[in-house]
Design a protein around this ligand. Structure first.
Ligand SMILES: Cc1cc2nc3c(=O)[nH]c(=O)nc-3n(C[C@H](O)[C@H](O)[C@H](O)COP(=O)(O)OP(=O)(O)OC[C@H]3O[C@@H](n4cnc5c(N)ncnc54)[C@H](O)[C@@H]3O)c2cc1C
Length: 430
């Protein structure tokens, strides 16, 4: 077992959230840091890097720009280094392809000295004045021990698969869609379940490619309508530091109520994807309705069972309370994700302050709240919706979070947080 020196900050997971943190902290010569990820290298939701799908935030929400537009890891610098700045200029768009965002982030991670892949954090324990972090190399299984004054947990999310779905190679979560797409398209019948952005993107991709294949295509969702994600500019101001500050100051009950009321900015499909789907359906229908396409809202999927190498899918049209069962060769689950909270956090359960059974208390500076106050912080960037609102999983606000964490670790304002960032006011003038 190798022993390493002490770091100011150890990051666990290198998704976009911690990658941005690694890029910003690297600029600070007085702060030492190292970030670990169990994967081979950076790869952002590879199963959903569908061609023509765009990042759902403007490119300015890259890994560093909101903290420091002059940082060398900005998206604009990446495009410049790729000799694509003119094409990007003529492209005249703020929303970039998701595949390009992934390549940009890969470029950042490859240039950072403080990111170490193929390294799974298997245990974290608090030693009273520091954290001990045990890291297993995925190739050799060798375990090394590292120490840090503070740690930041950026372990992201994992696919959510509802109960009553029998495990089968024929049932694919959207997180794995592209890896399984060839196999899915070779089948005779496909059901897509869900109504969010991922469901719509997968449905559109399958709809477009249907002309080259023989499959029937069905889209079920429990939602009463296929609704559009609210994108009005004033409404978007909930994704601002000011709103996060306001939201965090509410009581737990008020925050939960507010989240429900903010459903239109949290759930739904972007306008462009919905328009592309409708236009394609319209074009296909000029010579008559295609019987091989079914789109049905108000429908919940209750179970999926494997029978004779086929899937038996039991559903209910809940408004009319009509149960029915359909057969399909493939089911694509667009059932979303849930926060990935590592086991070693659960094992400290009794020392943490909880707001509900699964929602830990996190202070405004993204520090997990312990029953006994600690000098050494455990910062968290996952499972934050209940404490920091709908912007918790948004890439643009991730930079503000990272600025806050660095300022707190440094004990001074390294990256000033912008204030008065929106045109609305959330409280009357005193
Ligand atoms: C398909 C999809 C598209 C999205 N598109 C957008 C968008 O356009 N705009 C937007 O604002 N938001 C988007 N989001 C939401 C959010 O921005 C992303 O989920 C983002 O990836 C979250 O980043 P993260 O760093 O928290 O986690 P992740 O990207 O999930 O990364 C977590 C990392 O932690 C690693 N890890 C976990 N446990 C360990 C361990 N024990 N040891 C070492 N490593 C570990 C994993 O290997 C992984 O690499 C999207 C989400 C999804 C699922």
């Amino acid at each position: 077992m190798t022993k390493h020196r002490m770091y100011d900050l150890i990051g666990i997971g290198i998704g976009p959230f911690n990658l941005g943190l690694a890029a910003l902290i690297e600029e600070q010569p007085t702060l030492t840091s190292i970030f670990f990820d169990k994967e081979e290298g950076f790869n952002w939701h590879p199963g959903m890097l569908i061609e023509q799908s765009d990042l759902q935030v403007p490119f300015i929400a890259d890994l560093v720009t909101f903290a420091d537009p002059t940082n060398k890891y900005s998206f604009l610098n990446y495009v410049h280094k790729q000799n694509r700045l003119f094409q990007f200029f003529f492209y005249r768009r703020f929303d970039i392809p998701r595949r390009e965002y992934n390549l940009y982030a890969k470029w950042v991670s490859a240039n950072l000295m403080n990111c170490q892949f193929q390294s799974e954090v298997v245990a974290v324990s608090y030693k009273g004045d520091m954290y001990e972090v045990r890291v297993r190399e995925t190739a050799t299984k060798k375990v090394s021990t590292y120490f840090a004054k503070h740690i930041v947990v950026g372990t992201g999310s994992v696919p959510f698969i509802p109960d009553n779905i029998e495990k089968s190679e024929h049932v694919v979560h959207t997180s794995n869609y592209l890896h399984a797409a060839k196999d899915i398209k070779a089948s005779s019948s496909i059901i897509v379940v869900g109504s969010g952005q991922s469901a719509a993107e997968v449905f559109y991709e399958l709809l477009e490619d249907q002309k080259h294949h023989k499959y029937s295509l069905t889209w079920y969702t429990r939602s009463p309508i296929f609704s559009q994600l609210e994108s009005a500019k004033l409404g978007q101001e909930v994704f601002s530091p000011d709103y996060v500050h306001y939201f965090h100051g509410l009581s737990y009950e008020k925050r939960k109520e507010a989240l429900e009321r903010l459903d239109s900015v949290r759930n739904g499909v972007d306008k462009e994807t919905l328009m592309k789907i409708y236009d394609l359906l319209y074009n296909r229908s000029v010579e008559g309705r295609d019987k091989k396409i079914t789109i049905q809202p108000l429908t919940e999927m209750n179970s999926v069972k494997v029978e004779n190498n086929c899937l038996s899918v039991s559903c209910k049209q809940w408004e009319k309370e009509k149960k029915f069962t359909v057969q399909a060769e493939k089911v694509v689950l667009a059932t979303g994700y849930k926060p990935h909270i590592p086991e070693w956090i659960w094992s400290n359960k009794d020392d943490i302050v909880w707001e509900s059974e699964k929602e830990f208390k996190v202070d405004e500076k993204f520090r997990l709240v312990w029953k006994e106050e600690r000098q050494n912080q455990m910062y968290i960037s996952t499972n934050l919706e209940h404490s920091h609102g709908t912007a918790a999983t948004n890439l643009s606000l991730a930079v503000m979070r990272n600025q806050t964490i660095i300022n707190d670790v440094a004990g001074r304002e390294v990256y000033p947080i912008q204030k008065d960032t929106i045109f609305q006011q959330l409280m009357p003038d005193a």
